[in-house]
Design a protein around this ligand. Structure first.
Ligand code: GLU
Length: 475
């Protein structure tokens, strides 16, 4: 049994976007790769930022993507509870140890006094460090004022599994707050204690924590504990490749993608390759492949580009790889209302035609509606078509009339439709871009559709002929 233990430790302050999920996924893969354990922990010590329902939503998001945790708030485990606000006793116990060792002290400054100290430093053009202003007289910590770490500034050199060998100078170390005046610990303190108590071996997290690591190293020493392996994941960059992905660039809730009919396995594959690849050109990985191949040492240091088009491509590719049975099941909740009474066999045929072009399942209503309802004639489809707009009304009427005559005696099998459509090209001396577009518009009122003979075949003879007649009448 491996002793690898990783954790995902979100704060329940909102939904998970690709960046957050990537941290979870990488931690999950590291654990699974080594037959270890993946732990979920809620870091809810900043009560002001907590969002109602976020905890449930985070668990739903993880489960939907198949990132099942082995221990966590909802399922318990040997280190319960897994919610920081329920672990206050534990932090206070460690805080008292630090006080006893002379490594923590009560911060008795008022907000105003602290502000004055900051301003003084600013005027003197010296960076503000709390440790330069330690209160001269120490008071006993009674829990009503912040408890601060008494740091021992020094230079550090350490190894980050992703970022390599890093170093810092004593200036990056300060007396940070361990426990706030509301009794809750800070992230900086609580996560160190939890990672220790929960026997976490690998800490994976985003770059925003990199500058605080020297402080953590100092605290590990003060606590006399050995630290876990640290892995800082590269930024996820917005489409311009320069800035961190923001909500404006589409950093949306992962569950929104699910609702739009992105397959969980497409999201997992896409997110896994945000900053990692296996050294080959393979772009789509199953979860099993990821578990087998994932290696933190192969995670890149530089920012990873968020390219939604790549996600859409992966999703379309995976949709096409589905059997029609599987796709039919996945599509169940995506049909337009108008399909409610349609036969399952008809819907399956429609789906098999759409499968070639579907990028995500929420496209189904738009792409399939004409299979279920008589579409309204849209004259602008002909007017805006670059080939058809050159034809006169008589030419259009003539083309539709000869097409109607030929299709009228077709048995509407795919083979017969194919050969008739080809004969029509010869007899009318037209290109497919002209003739087929016209028949397509007449029968679907859509600028694009699956292959014409397939579409006509599924629509059936009666519907198709009726629609061509209606188009003719409208000209
Ligand atoms: N609670 C932190 C956050 O949500 C977690 C950071 C960590 O993984 O240590 O950003």
């Amino acid at each position: 049994m491996s002793s690898v233990r990783t954790r995902f430790a979100p704060s329940p302050t909102g939904f998970l976007h690709v960046g957050g999920i990537r941290t979870a996924l990488f931690a999950y893969l590291v654990a699974r790769h080594d037959d270890g354990k993946f732990v979920l922990r809620f870091e809810d010590t900043d009560k002001k930022r907590e969002v109602e329902g976020a905890k449930e939503h985070l668990i739903l998001s993880l489960n939907t993507l198949g990132l099942k945790h082995d221990e966590g708030p909802d399922i318990g485990g040997p280190f319960s509870p897994y919610i920081q606000s329920q672990r206050l006793e534990i932090y206070h116990k460690w805080a008292r140890k630090l006080i006893a060792a002379g490594r923590a002290y009560a911060d008795s400054y008022s907000v105003k006094e602290l502000e004055t100290l900051r301003q003084q430093d600013q005027q003197n053009k010296t960076p503000f460090l709390f440790r330069n202003h330690r209160p001269l007289k120490t008071i006993e910590w009674d829990g009503t004022v912040p408890l601060r770490f008494k740091s021992e500034p020094k230079a550090y050199e350490w190894h980050d599994v992703v970022m390599g060998d890093l170093r810092s100078s004593p200036e990056s170390i300060d007396d940070f707050i361990l426990i706030k005046s509301d009794g809750y610990p800070t992230y900086n303190f609580a996560h160190i204690i939890d990672d220790l108590e929960m026997e976490i071996t690998h800490v994976l997290r985003g770059q925003e924590f990199l500058s605080s690591i020297p402080n953590y190293l100092n605290l590990y020493e003060a606590l006399g504990i050995s630290r876990p392996l640290l892995a800082t994941l590269p930024l996820v960059l917005g489409p311009d490749g320069k800035k961190k992905l923001s909500k404006r660039d589409g950093a949306k809730d992962i569950m929104d993608y699910i609702r739009d009919g992105y397959l969980p396995e497409a999201l997992v594959s896409f997110i896994a390759t945000l900053g990692w690849n296996d050294g080959t050109t393979q772009e789509i990985f199953t979860m099993e492949e990821l578990i087998a191949k994932f290696d933190l040492n192969k995670v890149q240091k530089s920012g990873a580009l968020f390219d939604e088009k790549r996600l859409t491509w992966i999703n379309g590719t995976l949709i096409r790889s589905k059997t029609i049975d599987d796709l039919y099941e996945l599509a169940a909740s995506y049909w337009p209302e108008e399909a409610a009474d349609a036969e399952a066999s008809y819907k399956r045929l429609v789906l098999s035609l759409l499968q070639e072009r579907l990028k995500y399942l929420a496209e189904i209503p738009e792409l399939s509606l004409f299979f279920f309802v008589e579409p309204q004639i849209m004259p602008e489809l002909i007017k805006n078509n670059k080939h058809l707009k050159k034809l006169s009304r008589d030419e259009l009427i003539n083309l539709l009339t000869v097409s109607l005559a030929s299709l009228n005696v077709s048995d509407f099998s795919i083979d017969d439709l194919n050969s008739r459509l080809n004969q029509l090209l010869v007899s009318t001396n037209q290109k497919p871009a002209v003739l087929f577009s016209l028949i397509r518009i007449a029968t679907t009122q859509a600028p694009a559709s699956p292959g014409l003979s397939d579409t006509l075949h599924v629509l059936g003879k009666e519907r198709s002929l009726l629609r061509i007649k209606r188009q003719l009448d409208s000209l």
